[in-house]
Design a protein around this ligand. Structure first.
Ligand code: NCD
Length: 331
């Protein structure tokens, strides 16, 4: 793994597999009565959120604490950004305090990559505009793997994933397409033309605007939120019409194969892209996604901060299993 995690391509298939392996060990820590190990003691993780977030920010902070790192929280609304300070001055200031990792969410695509050039800390992209959200894709892959009972090192060959909705504005969709395809899944995007990116060149996907035509051939149905805050002008005739054509309502959910999983990155608009009752069905893994989020982010923090420069493949697992072997009492 490189020194930063900016996009899924930074990992490639083997890096993704490595994160998924480590996530399993981190889930084991999270399940302990005292879910904490000393692994990152002495390290500092700063979360810098220039956009709203519930699960991503809290799960990164929880992940850092479970590994005994110190945390620093930055929130744009209460910072000197409100006095006109630039992004570069802000992150250089925080870097000067001596942080080891910066977890950054920003409304501009490419912001995390810029920050990575300006600071010494490892940068983790927690969502940059419409570009990428790599840890979301990793936690989604982990959730799928667990739900399907796939073992260590398994690929997603033959798995049919249908991603429905506002792909155009979705960093989650971009990262997921990259990660799912790298693991071998077949990905179909379902959206009105206006909610697809202007070009899909190079995207390893099939595309349709007819959700009903792909339901029976879906193993994982992944709903996206209509991201109204990123839309410039009206891109759909109305939310009722959108919901009728692209919402996962009860009759559509009934047509999915029995084994099919339902995923959504949250926050959900219940009744719009997903029916209220469907979101709570047994095959909906939306809460599992949140749970996986903490363990996946522990794995990523460990890979970036654990033992810089010397870890690779088996060494990582060896070292993590040694450190997680330390009893919670040692914390
Ligand atoms: C997503 C995001 O912020 O990109 N949410 C998340 O991180 N769980 C998706 C969204 O906002 O719709």
């Amino acid at each position: 793994m490189s020194e930063h995690l900016l996009c899924i391509d930074d990992l490639g298939a083997s890096g993704i597999q490595q994160v998924l392996e480590l996530t399993e060990a981190c889930e084991e820590i999270s399940a302990r009565p005292i879910p904490k190990v000393p692994t990152l003691r002495g390290k500092t993780v700063a979360t810098l959120f220039f956009e709203n977030s519930t699960r991503t920010r809290l799960s990164f902070e929880t992940a850092a604490k479970r590994l005994s790192a110190d945390t620093m929280t930055f929130s744009a609304a209460t910072s000197s950004i409100a006095k006109g300070e630039s992004l570069r001055d802000t992150v250089e200031t925080i870097d000067a305090m001596g942080v080891d990792a910066m977890v950054i969410r920003h409304p501009s695509s490419g912001a995390a990559a810029h920050v990575a050039r300006w600071v010494n800390a490892s940068v983790i992209n927690a969502g940059d505009g419409q570009h990428e959200h790599p840890t979301q894709a990793l936690l989604d892959c982990y959730t799928i793997r667990r739900a399907l009972g796939l073992g260590s090192g398994s690929t997603f060959d033959g798995l049919r994933v249908t991603i429905v909705g506002d792909v155009r504005h979705s960093r989650v969709a971009r990262s997921n397409v990259a990660a799912l395809a790298a693991l071998g899944a077949t990905v179909t995007l379902v959206a009105p033309r206006t909610l697809l990116p202007p070009s899909l060149e190079g995207w390893p996907v099939q595309v349709t605007s007819d959700l009903d035509s792909v339901l029976e051939a879906t193993d994982v149905c992944y709903l996206l939120r209509l991201q109204a805050e990123r839309m410039v002008g009206p891109l759909i005739p109305g939310v009722d019409e959108y919901s009728r054509r692209f919402g996962l309502n009860q009759s559509r959910a009934n047509r999915l194969p029995e084994h099919a999983l339902i995923l959504h990155p949250g926050p959900m608009n219940r009744g719009l892209e997903i029916d209220d009752e469907v979101a709570d069905r047994a095959n909906s893994r939306i809460i599992d996604q949140v749970r996986s989020g903490v363990a996946v982010r522990m794995a990523v923090l460990y890979l970036l901060l654990g033992t810089p420069g010397v870890l690779g493949g088996d060494r990582v697992l060896e070292e993590l299993s040694t450190t997680i072997g330390a009893t919670s009492a040692a914390v």
